[in-house]
Structures are given as structure tokens and as C-alpha cells.
Design a protein around this ligand. Structure first.
Ligand code: GLA
Length: 385
């Protein structure tokens, strides 16, 4: 990957790249659709991600190129930018716009991006390229911004420049990931801790549905709005700032306030999922993988029935996992509506699991999934070459 990227940088820009940076993607182990409700999440960074080869230029231009997409941009350095169309370079452009607007001086840059994350598959390719750009600018100009602040500003870009009301989970995970650790992050206080993610005899398997996802952003924003509406109703009685500040018991006593049955289902998922994350953290800390796995299955069920963000592809995978003896837990990961599922599978059975699930999925859905064994990895970093 690196040698091809560097070679191609030389060909395209007729000079050497000064730096190569990398930022991973992520999976979320548990705690879905609750980061924007002030809840706890448990993601980890993965080995796949996005690379950037970059050099400063003296002609005051931002040049964006990518090995994976034909579209390029060559823009004058100016005081602000806005999103144009749906091209990939809006993500790094949004980050650069944020830096410029915040008063940081940038020079011209020649940039060549490349990634090995499936795009739009729920593994946070967007957060990966955003944090990658922010991380690179911070290193190139020695701005001394902390990793957490780089994650926060990248989220702001996703919210304001790209128009998706995402929470902080993805940007935090890809910036702050650690090898063999899951991150337990409280999205209300931003307190976090690393929990050993030593899966003992199990592999963390990622299953990409390969479903073409459309309108994910708008459905996502719809869930965001529904949670806000449920919170407003609960606030008539409860003095809370977000849905995850409500305990399952408090919700039971006050659910009549949420008169709309759809909003009630959404809130019920959020409140219970937050409680599951707490249980899951205890299970991981005590290396009780069976309990952790069961919580994954329950989380999926809730995302299917209450939050309604799964779909036939993801549900087919999880049903298969439930019936596969050497799989102790599985669930969708990320925003849903397609994208990826994760499963904990006994190491010795991964090859058999992969073959059988591929066949079953192909029969049920009509095309193949992509299945890879993965593990928790470090977050954004510079690559020496
Ligand atoms: C997307 C968002 C995250 C989070 C998940 C669902 O990945 O970017 O902020 O809300 O969906 O848990």
C-alpha cells in the first residue's frame, strides 16, 4: 500500500512526499445509536483505514487526489470553503476549512489519499479521512492540538460541513484507538478508559453486508430527531439533559409521557442499550466473553425491533450467528441500514464459519458478503518510510 502510494505521489506531483499518515476505521463492540444521546459506547480501531501522502507547496494551492476515486480538486488557498457536490474531497476540505476559520495558518498542500476501508460500509471511512486530515495538519504545522480535540473538531466538520448529526464515537475511536484495547467512552462527559480486549480463544470477525446504502444520512438524522423529541417529552417530569441520563427504571415509570409509540420504542432502545454497555464493560473486565456475547445479541435485537435500523441483510447474518455453535455473540455495528456486522467466533472455527455464512448469505440475499477476522488496533499515526 505505502510503496504504491509513494510511487504514485511521485508520478502525480513530480516530487517526494514529505510525510505519510494513517488513520484507521473502527467497529463499535456495543453501545449503538447512543453517543448522540450522551451514552456510553465501546468501539475499537481496526487495522484497515486511510493513508495520506503529503507535501507542502509554495504556489498556495490545495491539491486533492485519491488512488480510489477519479475526482480531483485543485483549489486556491482562500478564507473559507463550502461543500460542493458529493465528492470524497469534501471531507478533507471541510477539515481544512475548519482550521482556516479557527485562525490557523496553512500553506499550499499536495495530497494523495488512499484507503482500504470499504466506503460507506459502517466502518467509519468518513471519520477516518477527517481525523487523518486533522492529524496531518496538526503534525505538519506543529499546532499542538490534542488527539481528543482533533476528534472533536472532526466531528464538528461532519455535523456542520457534511450535514450529518453524528455523535463523537467514530472520530474518537479512530483518533484514540489502542492495540488490543476497547475504548469505553462516556459521550456525555468524554471520560474514557481502555479495557483489555483480549478475546481469549475468539476472533472478532467483521462481516460486510455489501448492501448498497442509500439515504443513510437522512435516516440517521431522522433517528437523531426522534430521540430529541422523546427527550423533550420526558423532560416534562425528569430533570435530565439527555436520554442516557434516564435509567431503565425511571423510563418505565415515565414512559406514558412519550405518547407516540414510535418515539417510545426509540427511547426504550437508547435507555436499555446504555445499561447494556455498563454490563458489557464488567463482562470484558472479568474476561466473561459468554456474557459479553449475549449482550451483543440482545443489542442487535433491540436495534432491529425498537430502533429499526437493521434490515434483511444484517438480520440474516445475525440469525445465522445465533445458530452457529462456535459464535458466542454478534450484532450490527455503526449506523446500520446495511453496513457491517461483527461476531465473536472461536478461533479454530473462523474458516468454517466464513465458508458457511458466505454460502447462506448468498442463498438468502443473492450476493456475497465480505468476511474478515480483525482485532483492536492503534489510532491515527505517522508512518515512517
Ligand atoms: C454512526 C455515527 C456515530 C454513531 C453510530 C451509531 O457511525 O457516526 O456517531 O452514532 O452511527 O452508534
Amino acid at each position: 500500500m505505502n510503496s504504491e502510494l509513494i510511487e504514485e505521489f511521485r508520478n502525480r506531483f513530480q516530487k517526494e512526499p514529505e510525510h505519510v499518515f494513517f488513520c484507521p476505521g473502527r467497529v463499535n463492540l456495543i453501545g449503538e445509536h447512543i453517543d448522540y444521546n450522551g451514552g456510553g459506547v465501546m468501539p475499537c480501531a481496526i487495522s484497515r483505514g486511510t493513508f495520506l501522502a503529503v507535501s507542502k507547496n509554495i504556489d498556495k494551492r490545495f491539491r486533492f487526489q485519491c488512488l480510489d476515486f477519479p475526482e480531483t480538486a485543485d483549489l486556491h488557498l482562500q478564507e473559507s470553503y463550502s461543500k460542493t457536490g458529493k465528492q470524497w474531497f469534501n471531507y478533507p476540505l471541510g477539515v481544512m476549512n475548519h482550521f482556516i476559520q479557527s485562525g490557523y495558518n496553512l500553506s499550499g498542500l499536495d495530497m494523495l489519499f488512499s484507503g482500504n476501508l470499504p466506503v460507506g460500509a459502517g466502518l467509519s471511512s468518513s471519520a477516518s479521512i477527517e481525523v487523518l486530515t486533522a492529524f496531518a495538519l496538526n503534525e505538519l504545522y506543529q499546532f499542538n492540538i490534542s488527539l481528543i480535540d482533533l476528534a472533536l473538531l472532526s466531528k464538528k466538520v461532519e455535523n456542520e460541513f457534511m450535514g450529518v448529526n453524528c455523535g463523537i464515537m467514530d472520530q474518537f475511536a479512530v483518533a484514540m484507538g489502542k492495540k488490543e484495547k476497547a475504548i469505553l467512552l462516556d459521550c456525555d462527559t468524554m471520560d474514557y478508559e481502555y479495557i483489555p480486549f483480549e478475546t481469549a480463544g475468539y476472533s472478532l470477525v467483521i462481516i460486510n453486508t455489501n448492501k448498497k446504502r442509500e439515504l443513510v444520512g437522512s435516516k440517521y438524522n431522522e433517528r437523531f430527531a426522534e430521540c430529541g423529541a422523546a427527550l423533550r417529552l420526558l423532560k416534562q417530569k425528569l430533570n435530565v439533559e439527555n436520554l442516557c441520563a434516564v435509567t431503565p427504571a425511571e423510563f418505565e415509570m415515565n414512559r406514558h409521557l412519550v405518547t407516540d409509540p414510535v418515539l417510545q420504542k426509540r427511547a426504550l432502545h437508547v435507555v436499555n442499550e446504555n445499561a447494556r454497555v455498563k454490563d458489557a464493560a464488567i463482562a470484558l473486565q472479568t474476561a466473561d466473553m459468554e456474557t459479553f456475547g449475549k449482550l451483543m445479541f440482545t443489542s442487535h435485537q433491540s436495534l432491529k425491533e425498537l430502533y429499526e435500523v437493521t434490515g434483511k441483510e444484517l438480520d440474516t447474518i445475525i440469525e445465522f450467528c445465533k445458530n452457529y455453535a462456535d459464535c458466542i455473540g454478534a450484532r450490527m455495528t455503526g449506523a446500520g441500514f446495511g453496513g457491517c456486522a461483527i461476531a465473536l467466533v472461536k478461533k479454530k472455527s473462523v474458516a468454517d464459519f466464513t465458508a458457511r455464512l458466505s454460502r447462506h448469505y448468498q442463498d438468502e440475499i443473492g450476493y456475497s458478503p465480505e468476511i474478515v477476522a480483525s482485532h483492536a488496533e492503534d489510532g491515527a499515526k505517522e508512518i515512517r518510510f
